[in-house]
Structure formats: C-alpha cells, structure tokens
Design a protein around this ligand. Structure first.
Ligand code: TYD
Ligand code: MG
Length: 452
C-alpha cells in the first residue's frame, strides 16, 4: 500500500496544502498551516468482496417521517431557528466571547428540562460550580438539567450511551473538546472536526438535538473550523455590542427553515429576556432634529426594525488623508455611496473625514439602507437636519438611480405605526399607508435637492 501523503490544513479556512508554507494559498492567512493526520484511502470494488454493504434507497414520493419540532420555551429562540428545535439536528452557535451564548443555552436547557425533556449541558470552559452559580443568578437552579464539566468526547459519549437519551445536548464549546483518537491540541481543525463528527453522529443516530458552541475570531468567522459550518444543519450567530444591552440571534444557515429570521434579546441582570416587538429598539428617541441622522425601516426576515443611521463629517484644514470609519454597516458599501454622491451629484467629500454609525450596536445587512445612509451623509455634509418624522429606504445604483426594494409596504406600515409621517423611497413605490405621506425619488440628485 502506498504511504499516505502528508498534508497540511489551514486552521483558518480549511484549505489543504501538500507541504508546509508560511502563508495559506487559499485565504492568505499567515502561520495557519498545521500538519493533519494522514488519510487512508481504499479503492472500491463493485461487489460485496470490498467489505461494503448495500444501502437502502427510498423513493422521494414515499411518505417519510417529518421530524416534529420541539419548542425551547423561548419564542425568540424558536423564531430564529425557523420554528423550534428539530430532533436529530446539529446546531452551531457562534458569537463573540461574553455575548451571552452560555447564558442563553443554559436558559434553553432549563426550559426543556422543566418541560419534562432530558437536557444535558456539558461545559468544557467552566467548572460545574461556575455553571451552577450562573444558573442561580438566572433563577434556574431548580431546573433538572444534567450538568457536567468534561472535555473528552470519548468520556461524554460513553456516559451518554449508558443513560436515557437526552432531548437536548449542549456542548460548550466545541473548541475545548478533544478526542484521544485524533492527534493535535484541542481547538485545532482536526480535533474540532473529529469531535464534532462524533457528536453529530451520536445526535443523528439517537434523535438528539445537539447544540455546539463555537468561538468567533476577530474577523467574525467561527474560529478555525469553517469546516464545521458544512457539517452542521444550522449555523446561528449571536450578535451585539457587549456594551449595549441588545442581542440578536440570527441564523446564517438552516437546513430546516428560512435564514433571515432573527430573535431579539436584551441582557438583563437575570439573564436574557425576550424582546417581542423590537421595531423601536434601535431608535435614539430624540425629538430635536440633528444633522446627519436618518431613520431607516430595515427588514429582518419578515419583521420590520427601525434603525437610526448617524453620519458625522469633519472638514480637514490640512492635506492629511481623511479617515473613513463605519460601525454597523459595510465600509465598502459606504465608499461606493460616497463615490456615487461625488460623481452623480457633484458633492465633494475629498477633504472630509466621514464617520457612519448605526445606533444601538445594530448591524445592517439590508441593501435597502443605501438611501437612508445617503440622506444621513448629505444632511451631515450640508449641516441640514432631516425632519424627525421621516424614514428613508431604497437601494442606490452606481448610476445614481434609486431602485425598488422588497417589502416596501411592510416598511411603511411599521413606520406609520411608530408615528412617522413621511417616507421617502423608490418611485413606483406601493400604495400609500394611512397616516404616512410617501414621496418617490428616482435619482440621487433628487434626494440632494430635497435636503440641501
Ligand atoms: P456568557 O453567557 O458567559 O457569554 P459567552 O458564553 O457568550 O461567552 O455571558 C457573559 C456576560 O453576560 C457577562 O459579561 C455578564 C453578562 N450577564 C448578565 O449581564 N446577566 C446575567 O444574568 C448573566 C448570567 C450574564
Ligand atoms: Mg460561555
């Protein structure tokens, strides 16, 4: 048999190289290649002498079992998952350290345990006493959760095999787990992948809902194991600014439901509380008009959320390179909008520092934010406040056209509900809402004329 080839796997993107290099050829990260355990390859023979066994096929049109979802007792959590936990599914939950992953999952475990399910919470990061302290603080110390501090996947699976099958298994976190059958320290790609594989197989075979907590690196990806995202059924991300109170649970991948629903929570002294109606959270609630502030009716899945966009422009006297900084939005998208405003509307930002902030630590992904951002920028540049009862939405093209966006009528309805009187959006917009006057804008220069 040929000697298995050495291979080196990038700990950041999972790219494979045949020899060690300082830089990963796939993602460009430095010092991320680590030698991986050699792979054994076998060649298939087309009969039973290969040792393989025949597999069963089932026609697609035959009625199969539809997995019944289990509620977590936290409707915002169920909502982000697309309607509850699917037995036998594997969920990866990523998020910055300290954002509240362990808190949320402890609350979910407690709810399931209190509803009569068996929930097992394995912490590889904290001692059982620490988790118990947290549970006390959350008022959950009476919940019949099975708690363990362990990091060996073999020990965990052996123990699980000897007890009743749990309905929920939480592993906090996958980076702390290790398997003695795999080389490498906990947290390396081969360990993380191997441990996840074993745990996922256990979950699928036994119909257990598995939640793996994953750490997130500085650039926002789940640390090391991008590979993990392919192995699980659902990838969730728990977001927010640690200094702010609000947290958003978002699904990035979901084999059982939509990926654009969010769950909104607020971090209280006694854990995470659900925020049932989040549409007003990200407004600053200020009454006086201020230059550079525009309200954008964003959509999160089927749910409207009104957010305030703030722009600040500082003119520089010297010829220093002006700074551009964006919090909560895509900086490339802002550069594009500034370029469109310069090229199509004759405005100049060349000697100006430009800062853009989305209030409340909210991160905008909705492409309809362009018009509100443009309105905030133009208002800041001209030092002309926008009226406080107006909302702005629409996508801006490179040619400076304001293009239609999805869900225009829901955006308007929610704005009207929250007391806004005017909406500016793409012309050929929807029928006007009661209590809201709609003005259609075709080109970006129309917007500039209106503000300046
Ligand atoms: P944690 O769940 O440990 O975060 P993660 O597992 O994502 O690292 O949350 C820790 C933070 O949450 C910590 O900074 C304190 C805060 N917190 C509260 O504000 N209220 C609470 O009831 C709890 C348990 C934590
Ligand atoms: Mg934690």
């Amino acid at each position: 048999m040929a000697k298995p080839k050495r291979r080196y796997v990038c700990q950041s993107c999972g790219g494979v190289a045949t020899r060690w290099q300082g830089q990963c050829a796939d993602c460009g990260e430095w010092n991320t290649l680590v030698e991986d355990a050699p792979q054994t390859v076998f060649s298939a023979k087309h009969d039973l002498s290969s040792g393989g066994r025949p597999i069963q096929f089932t026609p697609l049109d035959q009625p199969g079992e539809v997995p019944k979802r289990q509620t977590s007792g936290i409707s915002e959590f169920d909502r982000a998952l697309g309607g509850g936990l699917v037995p036998g599914s594997a969920i990866l939950m990523g998020g910055d350290p300290g954002i509240g992953k362990s808190t949320l999952l402890l609350q979910v475990s407690a709810n399931i345990a209190s509803a009569g399910g068996l929930s097992v919470y394995v912490s590889g990061e904290e001692a059982a006493g620490q988790v118990r302290l947290r549970a006390e603080r959350l008022g959950l110390s009476k919940a019949p959760i099975q708690l363990a501090a362990a990091t060996s996947v073999r020990d965990i699976l052996t123990t699980l095999g000897m007890m009743d099958t749990p309905s929920l298994l939480v592993i906090d976190s996958i980076q702390t787990m290790h398997s003695d059958q795999i080389e490498g320290a906990p947290g390396t790609v081969s360990q993380v992948r191997g441990c996840a594989f074993e745990l996922i197989r256990y979950a699928k075979e036994n119909g257990v809902t598995l939640v793996l907590v994953g750490h997130v690196t500085k650039d926002g990806t789940i640390a090391g194991p991008r590979v993990l995202e392919h192995m699980v059924d659902v990838v969730m991300s728990f977001e927010g600014e640690r200094s702010h109170q609000y947290r958003i649970l978002r699904s990035i991948k979901n084999r059982f439901g939509p990926v654009d629903e969010i769950g909104v929570f607020s971090m209280e002294g006694s854990g995470l509380a659900e925020v049932g109606n989040p549409s007003m959270l990200f407004l600053s609630g200020r009454d006086e008009p201020m230059a550079g502030s525009a309200v954008f009716p964003a959509m999160e899945g089927t749910r409207p959320v009104l957010v305030e966009i703030q722009a600040l422009i500082v003119r520089l006297q010297s010829g220093a390179t002006p700074r551009r900084a964006v919090v909560g939005w895509d900086s490339g998208r802002m550069a594009m909008l500034l370029a469109v405003l310069e090229a199509r509307c004759g405005l100049s930002f060349s000697n100006c520092e430009v800062y853009l902030n989305v209030a409340g630590g909210y991160r905008l992904g909705d492409p309809a934010a362009d018009l509100a951002v443009a309105a905030a920028l133009v208002s800041a540049l001209g030092d002309k406040p926008l009226s406080t009862d107006a909302v702005w939405f629409g996508e801006v093209s490179l040619a400076g056209e304001i293009r239609p966006v999805a869900h225009a009528s829901i955006r308007q309805r929610e704005s009207a509900k929250l007391g806004f009187a005017k909406a500016f959006g793409p012309s050929n917009g929807p029928a006007p809402e009661k209590g809201l006057s709609f003005s259609g804008l075709t080109l970006l220069p129309n917007l500039v004329d209106r503000i300046l």
